[in-house]
Design a protein around this ligand. Structure first.
Ligand code: IMP
Length: 198
């Protein structure tokens, strides 16, 4: 079965291909459907954005589509940056990872180590061209470092230490992050569903 990922983010496509490698699905992306527009993420929840992207992409491609919306929630900031994670530093800086995590570290400068709890959230939405849809959630709990560390991954990985570890996501190999990550956990639930529906 073909599933179109509602993204042109190559790192995300690579990560999702790696996690779903054991399943009988062929992962395509919006690069394989260049006429389909990038969907604007203007909803105020992860689920709202993921469903919007998956439904619009399924309708444009005529194929089952998978979209994720994810972000970081920091307890001391009342859940920010949340759905605004990609453009936390400024709209103009959207997707600029160092600007975003430097702003986060600056916002937390007075917050001691023990109060820097955070979690990554991922909502995966699977939508069919007839409008049917399902959602799957995954969470990764951890804390925010005092300074960035590591070169792997993307986004806030250099400032996030998963619970029970001493290294950041950016100091881990991809496969090790997948086992702990919010996206890995949401995709595991999706994989269970696809296996049971096969
Ligand atoms: P989106 O789901 O593509 O809208 O991603 C939202 C933003 O959340 C990304 O731009 C990253 O800044 C952040 N984010 C989501 N998942 C991760 C992750 O696994 N590591 C680091 N940052 C992430």
């Amino acid at each position: 079965m073909d599933i179109v990922l509602a993204t042109r983010n190559k790192k995300k496509v690579e990560e999702i291909r790696r996690i779903t490698a054991g399943l009988c699905i062929n992962i395509l992306s919006l690069d394989d459907h260049p006429h389909c527009p990038e969907v604007v993420e203007d909803r105020d929840t992860f689920e709202g954005n993921a469903l919007k992207k998956a439904l619009e992409t399924a309708s444009c491609t005529g194929k089952p589509s998978l979209a994720d919306d994810s972000g970081l929630e920091v307890e001391a900031l009342g859940g920010a940056p949340g759905v605004h994670s990609a453009r936390y530093a400024a709209d103009a800086a959207s997707g600029n990872d160092p600007k975003n995590y430097e702003k986060l570290l600056a916002d937390l400068v007075l917050v001691p180590r023990e109060n820097r709890a955070a979690r990554f959230v991922c909502c995966m939405a699977l939508a069919y061209p007839d409008g049917e849809s399902l959602t799957f959630f995954g969470y990764a709990k951890g804390s925010i470092t005092l300074a960035p560390r590591g070169k792997q991954g993307f986004g806030y990985d250099p400032v996030f230490i998963p619970e029970g570890y001493k290294v950041t996501f950016a100091e881990m190999e991809g496969q090790d992050k997948d086992r702990l990550s919010h996206r890995g956990k949401a995709l595991e639930k999706l994989a269970d569903y696809l296996r049971s529906a096969a």
